[in-house]
Design a protein around this ligand. Structure first.
Ligand SMILES: [Zn+2]
Length: 276
């Protein structure tokens, strides 16, 4: 992508009537650039609606991303749950692609007290199968395991970068607020944000910084990690330094705002970034 686009995590709250097509138009009215389709409880766009979503998004020049199901654990011990998880990733990736979405993210797995290296190998194997299936269908959506907010969840930046090196069509979705929460308050300054972006650049190349899909919100956390999302100005998350790091590294792609005030804070981010 050429620029950094700012997105709402879902249909803007001020959308009337509250549906996907109106949501895309509302994003345009608000002066934002992108919207994340929230398939977090189910794939909530029907097969017949998907081409319309694509058409409206193209007409309004709104980029789309997708967040897959919350009920995914590619490291489940139970075979049927693991298979159902892979199917949920595929179902979301297929429908999102039909909607014209650029990238799809999801929380890949839980460690379940297993050694992280072992979990990594399991997730890698599952992702390879998922991507090979998508490729065979001509589906080129970016498949993005997300940097997660709790130590019990698979998904450190290092793990995601390593996965991206080994599996085609995979890049990390970096949730910077999750990194901040997971580290119990660290990852909150220009040097710390820069070191995350440096790692991505060093391991995956400049191209990865031009194809970003990241999440930002205010966040409340404990020693165990993420507790809940907050609006930026109610939290200690240093989004200004993050935006400065995006500028410094010439990042492009999509920044999705997951604060409770999705459009309010997406606009805060966009205005702050443009003012730098
Ligand atoms: Zn997420």
């Amino acid at each position: 992508m050429k620029e950094l686009f700012f997105a709402t995590a879902g249909i803007p709250l001020s959308t009337q009537p509250y549906d996907t097509l109106s949501g895309i138009k509302r994003v345009r009215e608000l002066g934002l650039d992108a919207m994340e389709l929230e398939f977090v409880h189910n794939v909530n766009i029907g097969k017949s609606l998907a081409p319309e979503v694509k058409k409206i998004a193209e007409k309004e020049n709104i980029a789309l991303t997708c967040h897959g199901s919350y009920f995914i654990n590619l490291n489940s011990m139970e075979k049927d749950k693991k298979e159902a998880s892979a199917k949920r990733v595929l179902d979301a990736a297929r429908r999102a692609w039909d909607c014209g979405a650029y990238s799809m993210t999801f929380h890949a797995a839980f460690y379940q007290k297993m050694p992280p290296k072992e979990v990594f190998e399991t997730v890698k194997k599952e992702l390879k199968e998922i991507v090979s299936e998508l490729k065979s269908e001509g589906n080129k959506i970016w498949v993005r395991p997300e940097a997660t907010g709790k130590a019990s969840q698979f998904g450190t930046v290092e793990e995601l970068v390593a996965l991206s090196k080994e599996v085609e069509q995979v890049l990390p979705c970096i949730d910077f607020s999750h990194l901040h929460a997971r580290s119990n308050g660290k990852v909150n300054s220009f040097p710390e944000f820069s070191s995350v972006l440096s790692l991505v650049e060093k391991e995956l190349g400049k191209k990865a910084l031009k194809e970003m899909h990241c999440h930002v919100s205010g966040i409340e956390y404990t020693a165990k990690g993420e507790r809940r999302h907050l609006n930026l100005k109610e939290s200690d998350f240093n989004y200004v330094d993050l935006l400065k790091a995006f500028r410094e590294f010439g990042c492009a792609g999509i920044v999705v705002c997951e604060s409770p005030s999705i459009e309010g804070d997406a606009l805060v981010l966009k205005k702050a970034f443009n003012g730098l």
